[in-house]
Design a protein around this ligand. Structure first.
Ligand code: GRF
Length: 243
């Protein structure tokens, strides 16, 4: 244990922006009851049902996390109202700030750090994330995609899968990096498409899966179970495996 802490201290001293593996190792080393709620920030652009699922999972005790800040890319995003209703601090950047995406991400990264967030959770955030955010939270920006990556990348994953007539689709939770929709995959859940489903039915099933899977994955992070290998695949370790 002392050796581990010494190792973490060295890694921490080497960087004030530790990679996910350093932080995950530190959480894994603690007993479950000693782990403080995982401090997270959420980025969104729309209705925020995934944010709501996280708020509800925290409230019910299923998710040991604390949402410190919700960032909305547009003032009309209903997700901001959900955050306010739950008493969570929000930030909406103006169009002028977003005109320069790098500057916008510098502001966002600064505010997330100031709020003490360790992980950045994208939940229907319809913008790219850029170097200032990715470098500030190395391998710690997480995204949910409504298809089984690497299939059906982009902004219309559900519709594209439906139109292609695939028989199985699903949901992916992955780490966002510089290559859009191609970062390390943490978890996937498959869904068989039944005869007779229309697009709306498929969307309902996909969202229902998202609202279970996203809290589950963030709980894995809260438990320190997520390890990114050098080849950018992810190992999810059993709870309680320690180090
Ligand atoms: C979800 O389908 C998510 O997979 C995608 O955007 C949608 C956001 O929905 N990235 P909501 O705003 O959480 O309701």
């Amino acid at each position: 244990m002392e050796a581990v802490l010494a190792e973490l201290a060295v890694a921490g001293a080497a960087s004030d922006r530790p990679d996910i593996n350093v932080l995950q190792k530190a959480r894994a080393a603690l007993a479950r009851t000693d782990r403080a709620p995982l401090p997270i920030g959420v980025l969104l652009s729309g209705s925020g049902t995934n944010l709501q699922a996280l708020i509800d999972a925290i409230a019910s005790g299923d998710l040991n996390a604390e949402i410190r800040l919700v960032v909305g890319s547009r003032p009309s995003a209903y997700g901001l109202k959900r955050a306010e209703a739950a008493g969570i601090q929000t930030l909406t950047l103006s169009k002028e700030v977003y005109a320069d995406p790098i500057q916008a991400d510098e502001v966002i990264a600064h505010e997330l750090l100031a709020a003490g967030c360790e992980y950045v959770i994208m939940a229907g955030y319809m913008r790219m994330v850029h170097a200032p955010l990715l470098a500030t939270f190395p391998n710690r920006v997480i995204n949910i995609h409504p298809a089984l990556l690497p299939s059906f990348q982009g902004a219309h994953g559900i519709q594209d899968a439906f139109d292609r007539g695939v028989k199985v689709t699903g949901v992916t939770v992955h780490i966002a990096n510089a290559v859009y929709d191609m970062g390390p995959i943490i978890a996937q859940r498959a869904l068989a498409i039944e005869e007779g489903w229309d697009l709306e039915t498929l969307e309902e099933h996909i969202h229902a899966i998202e609202h279970v899977l996203y809290p589950e994955v963030i709980q894995m992070l809260a438990d320190g179970r997520v390890h990114v290998r050098d080849d950018l695949t992810v190992e999810v370790r059993p709870e309680g495996s320690g180090l």
